[in-house]
Design a protein around this ligand. Sequence first.
Ligand SMILES: Cc1cc2nc3c(=O)[nH]c(=O)nc-3n(C[C@H](O)[C@H](O)[C@H](O)COP(=O)(O)OP(=O)(O)OC[C@H]3O[C@@H](n4cnc5c(N)ncnc54)[C@H](O)[C@@H]3O)c2cc1C
Length: 505
Amino acid sequence: MTEIYEKLEKIVTKKFISNSLIVRHAYSRVVDPLLQGIPDIVIRPKDAKEISEILKVANEENIPVVPRGGGDDEFGGSKPIGDGGIVLDMKRMNNVINLDEDNMVVTVEAGISWAKLNEFLCHFDLYTGCMGPGSGMTASVGGGISHQSVGGGGCAKYGSCTNQLVSLEVVLPTGDIIETGSQANKFSQTPFNRFGNGPDLAGLFCGDNGILGVKTKISLQVFPRPPYAAYKTFVLPRKDREVSSQIMLDVRRKGIDVYDLMYIMGIIVLLSSEFGLMPMWEHLKKNRGIIFYTVEANSEAELEEKVKQLDEIIVNNNKCDPIGPEISDGNIAKWHYAEQGHWQFYHNLWGVVPALEPLSCECFVPANMYPKYLNEIDQWDMAHSEDLNKFTKITGQRPVSGSGPIFLIDGNNVELTCGFTSFPSYYNGEIHEEFDEINLRLWKSYMEMVTKWGAQWYMMGQMASQIMVEVEAYLPDYYKTLKAIKKTLDPKYILSRGKFNFWED
Ligand SMILES: Cc1cc2nc3c(=O)[nH]c(=O)nc-3n(C[C@H](O)[C@H](O)[C@H](O)COP(=O)(O)OP(=O)(O)OC[C@H]3O[C@@H](n4cnc5c(N)ncnc54)[C@H](O)[C@@H]3O)c2cc1C
C-alpha cells in the first residue's frame, strides 16, 4: 500500500491525500449510523485530469474507488462497501466555471453545493429551479445528479435536478474523459443542449449512484426567479392521507404550475411541536396532518388567479382550514420558500424523537397510491412490534416508524420519505450489540416492502441497490443490460464496487 500511496501522492501532492486513522474513519460512514466501510486512503483531487490519473492507478492496482460529494447519502452510497479502497472526495472541486447569462446555462465543478451555487445565482436574479435535495447546504450538484435528487424546493414545478441537466464532463472508470450533449461536438462553443449528437449519454450517468463514472463538470439550465410568490399552509380534515392525495391529483388535473405542494403527517406535526423542533406548530398539537403550497407568478394578477384556483381546490372542495399567513402562525410554507427552509427542514426532522438513528426508505410512487402505502407502513409497524418493543425495554421509548413529508414531484408522482427512527447500539453509556442486528433486519424488511410496492428508488447506495437484486425485483434482461454496460465501462468494477451486487468476476 505504501507504494500505491506514493503514486497517488505524486498526483495530488501531499496536502490532499491521507491514510490517517482519524480521516479514514471520518469517511467510513454516511448519514445512517449502521453501515460502515473504512477506506485505506482518502484523496481530494482538483480536476478531471487528476481523477483520470487516480483511476488509472486504481485500475493497475485493482483497488476500488468510491466518489463522495457531501456524503449526505442515506443508504451507504458514498463510503466503501466493506473495508479498504479509496474515497475520492469531490468537495475541493467546488467552483462556478461559467454563467452564460444569454442562454441561461451555468457550468460548475461537480463538488459545489446547491446552496453555494444558488447563492451565486441570486446575484443575477436566477436560481436552479429544482433546488436540489433537502440537504442542499452541504450536498453537491454531482451527488444530486448521481441520485436524481429532488426535494430541496421547486420540485412540483421543475421536477428532479436531472431535468435541468444540459451536459456533463465525466471521467470514466478507466480514466478516459468524455463530454455529453452539445459538448460531444468539439466545435461547440458553449454547453447549450443535452439532446442530440446521438443517444442521450448524459442520461446514463443520471442516477447511476456513482457506478459508471465520476462527474467532474456539470452544466445546468437556470431560471429567472419570478418576482411574485404566495405560500399558504392548511390543516387537513380527517382522512388526511386520502384528502392530501386527492388535492395533489386535483392540482395536476387543473394544470396549475404549483412550485411546491407538500403533505406532512399528523404524527410529525405532533412530535415536531412537542419536542420544540418546529415551534410554529405549537398550537397544532392535535395529531392532524397539514398541507402547504408555494406558487410563483410574474404579476400580481397572475398570482391572484393561481391562489384563487388553489384555494378553491384545497379549502372549498377538500375542506381544509387555512393557517394564518405568518411563520409564527404555523405557516411553514413561508419559511420553506422565503427563508430557504427547504434546506433546513429535513435536518430538523431527521432528528425527530427518539432523535437517534434514521433508517430511511425514500422513494418515488404515484400520488394516488400513497394513502394505501401509508396504511401498509402502519401494518408493518404492528407486524414488527415484538422487535420494536425490544428497544423500549432498555430505552423507555419505542422506535417511530412512518413517513415524513410527502411532496409532489414530476408528473403525478410524489417523493415518499418513509422509514423509521431507532436507537443505535451505544445507548446511555452502554453498548447493546443486539440493537444493530435488529435495526439492520428491520431496515431490510422495510426496504423489501417498499421494493415490492413497485416503488422507484432514486438514491440507491449500498442498501437499495443490493435489495433490488436480492429480492429479484429487476427484470432479468434489464439487470443483464445494466451489468453489460457496467462491465464495458468498468471492466474491473473499480467504481463503487459492490453496489447493485456488481463485484469482481
Ligand atoms: C438532512 C437530509 C436531507 C435530505 N433530503 C433529500 C431530498 O430532499 N432529496 C433527495 O434526493 N435526497 C435527500 N437527501 C439525501 C442526499 O443528501 C441527496 O440525495 C444528495 O443529493 C446527495 O448529495 P451528496 O453530494 O451528499 O452525495 P454523496 O452522498 O456524497 O454521494 C451520493 C452518491 O453519488 C455518488 N457521487 C457523488 N458525487 C459524485 C460525482 N461527482 N460523480 C459520480 N458519483 C458521485 C456517490 O458515490 C454516491 O453514490 C437528504 C439527506 C439528508 C442528510
